[in-house]
Design a protein around this ligand. Sequence first.
Ligand code: TXE
Length: 459
Amino acid sequence: MIQVKNYIGGEFVTLSEDFDDISPLDFSVIAKVPRTRNVDDAVDAAKKAQPMWGALSIEQRCDWLDKIANELENQIEEIARLESMDTGKPHHVALNVDASRSVNNFRFFADFGRNMESQTFEMSDATNYVVRKPIGIVGLISPWNLPLYLLSWKIAPALLMGNSIVAKPSEITPLTAHFLANICSQVGLPAGVLNIVHGYGPEVGQAIVEHPEIKAISFTGGTSTGKIVAATAAPMFKKLSLELGGKNASIVLEDADLDVAVPGVLRASFLNSGQICLCGSRVLLHSSIYDEFMERYLQELKSFEIGPVISDEHRSKVVSYIDLAKQEGGNILAGGNIPDKVGAWIEPTVISGLSHTSRTATEEIFGPVVTVHPFDSDEEAIEMANSTQYGLAGSVWSKRKGREVAEKIDSGMVWVNTWLHRDLRVPFGGVKDSGVGREGGMWSLGFFSEAVNICVMED
Ligand code: TXE
């Protein structure tokens, strides 16, 4: 049994009250987690540490990011083991997606920071120098689908820009955040620079968002929770980054190479059991290739390995949408059942025959469930893709028209003839109900710093 502890001021702290971390694989209790309700200790530790940390040079902070990356890499198998245990995802996904990206997040921002150029703007008689200062103490709140991947995506740039941190992982998947705290302790990260607290969102998460000395909030999670976070933070004039839900379309045009599109759309549909905000939960197919695509897609689905979803509770939510699809007149082409084995398993499910404006096809399900829809023209596909309140990502599969169609999709990111191919320098984020702001490269550095302009009149 793992005892998860808060990491505050460089110390590991338990509380009298804790709760269970349940494995989605077999519903066993795998850890005890402190039920933190108050973050004053963590904020005090962050406040003490920030002046020293902010006074370091960017190169010194880059060296610290590399130290963390190197130790994470040394223990990458343990990260994968813990992540797989906590989320149920197959080991190869935990290793090749979660663990390797967590290492890369620290390494990328170390390299990016070393190559960051200072900005100046010349006038005829003066020079403007843009200086990026730390915000101070920042609050980072992350979800359960890619636990260390998404938490490290925030921690690395926040540290790089000289801030100290109060971070809270999802209460459902605390293990790798706890592991990261141990790594930071092992490499000697100065006490109080990074503080990780555990507990329920409406309790300790809310406490982070409400705390007057935490000046920026970077949140990834559900759209409904994002609204609560925004409502709390906005009147306090906190900087806010919201990475929320999605209902992304995979669009296969009539000129697509199906040898590329079928496996690519399948992976976009079901990677991580569909529990990635970037997953393509709607498959839009030109009518001329519909039959051939669907025959190949359903055939390859039979050998596509997925894990359970994150919890019994979340499975109930996903199953409720399969029931809704039936009520809305959908045809279950594959899956639709709960396998007869212990754990939060659902068969990967493919549903046809629904309007693209049905609730099943417009509301985020966040599980291994996709709807498929034929279209007859590029214009119709674009209208269908843009017909939800979300606008996070999407993909277009076409030999000649991918970029032209992609630019008409109302979302933050569109892949053409690929999916989840990531350059960490590019802007990452959504529009509409998928969030506010961007992460990645300069966008992360911009969020986690205050840009100051110094205008010098030459004598
Ligand atoms: O998100 P939650 P979860 C979506 C997807 C999924 C839904 C719920 O729709 O079904 O979010 O997933 C903390 N104040 N995505 O449960 O509940 C909470 O403890 C402050 C998309 O992960 O929003 C957790 O640490 N914090 C997403 C974090 O917020 C609060 C990836 C996210 O929890 C809080 C994952 C509060 N009042 C889920 N209430 C993406 N865009 O990648 C909760 N939290």
